[in-house]
Ligand binder design. Structure first.
Ligand SMILES: [Fe+2]
Length: 310
C-alpha cells in the first residue's frame, strides 16, 4: 500500500478513535498535586507566523489553570533569519505573557538553529550545546542531537551516572522513534538508547516531526514527539504498531506534571482541545554497574545549518 494511502487510513482511524473530538477547550486533565514539577513542551515552534502566536495564547490560557514554571524547547526554535528582530518576532512576542510571568525557557538545538542561540540568555543554555538542570526531583538532560560525538556521549554517561535517584528526562530535536516523514533516527538511537536504558532515563521528548506522537514504551522508556509548536504536517503520522496516540491535524504542545512516582501529560491543540492525556509510572530504579560502552562514532544531521558554524 502506498505510504500516502496508509496515512489516509490512519487519519480516519484517528477521527474514529475520538482523538480529535476531545473535551472542551482548555479543560485541564493534570492532577495539580502539591509540590509537583510542572512544565510545558514546545517543538519546532519558531516560525513567527500566526499559528505560533495562537499556540502561545493557549499556553498562556493554560498557565492560568496550570501554573507551570518552565518550558522545554525541542529545537527549531527559530526558522530562517536569526536577527535581533527575529528573536522578538519568533520567540519573545508569541510567549510574552509567559516571559512576563517569569516562566523560564530551556532550549535545545534543532537542525534549523544556529548554535549561537546557546548564548541567548532567555534560552537558559549558559553557552552550552548540551546541559543539565534539576527541578524538584527531576533531572533534565538537554542534548544536541545535530552533532552527537564521543565527547557529548561521555558527558551524557557521566551525568546520568551521577544523577542519583531523581527522575531522568532527556530531550533533544531528532526523535529516536517516530513514524513521520523523517522517521526514527535509528543511527542516533544506537548511540543513545543503551545509555538511557542502562542509567534509567524515564522519558524522552523530541521534535523534528511536525505533529504529536506518543510511542508505546520502548525498553521501558516513554517517548514523545511534540514538534507541532509552529508548523504541522497534516496526515503525516504513518501507520505503525509503535504508535500509542497521535495528532497531526493541527499545531500542538504539551503540559507535563511530575509528582512522586508518576508523570502525567496532556497534549493540546492550537485551539485548546485535549488530543492526548495520561499518566505513566516511573521506571524501576536501575542499578548501573558495568556502564554502557560509549561508541567512538559521530552522528551528524546532514541537514543541520549549525555544522559549519561550530
Ligand atoms: Fe527539524
Amino acid at each position: 500500500m502506498a505510504k500516502s494511502i496508509r496515512r489516509g487510513v490512519v487519519a480516519c482511524a484517528v477521527v474514529a478513535g475520538g482523538w480529535l473530538a476531545g473535551p472542551a477547550a482548555q479543560e485541564l486533565t493534570l492532577p495539580l498535586k502539591p509540590d509537583s514539577v510542572r512544565f510545558g513542551v514546545i517543538g519546532d515552534s519558531g516560525t513567527g507566523g500566526a499559528p505560533q502566536y495562537e499556540v502561545g495564547r493557549q499556553l498562556a490560557a493554560y498557565h492560568e489553570k496550570f501554573p507551570f514554571t518552565f518550558v522545554i524547547m525541542l529545537g527549531d526554535n527559530l526558522y530562517g533569519d536569526e536577527r535581533p528582530q527575529d528573536f522578538v518576532q519568533k520567540f519573545e512576542a508569541p510567549y510574552k505573557f509567559l516571559l512576563d510571568a517569569k516562566v523560564l525557557f530551556y532550549a535545545s538545538l534543532g537542525n534549523h538553529d544556529d548554535p549561537n542561540q546557546r548564548f541567548y540568555t532567555p534560552f537558559n543554555m549558559s553557552g552550552k550545546r548540551y546541559y543539565t538542570f534539576k527541578k524538584g526531583n527531576v533531572r533534565f538532560f538537554a542534548l544536541d542531537s545535530n552533532y552527537m560525538d564521543p565527547v557529548q556521549l561521555a558527558w551524557i554517561e557521566s551525568e546520568l551516572k551521577s544523577s542519583g535517584s531523581d527522575w531522568k528526562i532527556a530531550y533533544f530535536h531528532h526523535p529516536l522513534y517516530s513514524s513521520g516523514i523523517h522517521g526514527s533516527q535509528t543511527d542516533l538511537r544506537l548511540l543513545l538508547e543503551p545509555l538511557f536504558v542502562t542509567y534509567g532515563v524515564d522519558a524522552v521528548f523530541s521534535g523534528h516531526e511536525h505533529f504529536y506522537q506518543r510511542i508505546k514504551p520502548q525498553k521501558g522508556i516513554h517517548y514523545f514527539v511534540s514538534g507541532g509548536g509552529g508548523q504541522v504536517r497534516t496526515g503525516d503520522i504513518g501507520a505503525s504498531t509503535m504508535t500509542a496516540a497521535g495528532f497531526d491535524a493541527d499545531r500542538s504542545f504539551m503540559l507535563v506534571e511530575v509528582a512522586d512516582k508518576e508523570l502525567s501529560f496532556q497534549a493540546i491543540s492550537r485551539t485548546g482541545k485535549t488530543v492526548d492525556k495520561g499518566t505513566v509510572p516511573r521506571r524501576e530504579p536501575v542499578r548501573a554497574t558495568a556502564g554502557a560502552r560509549v561508541p567512538e562514532v559521530i552522528w551528524r544531521d546532514p541537514g543541520s545549518v549549525s555544522s559549519a558554524r561550530r
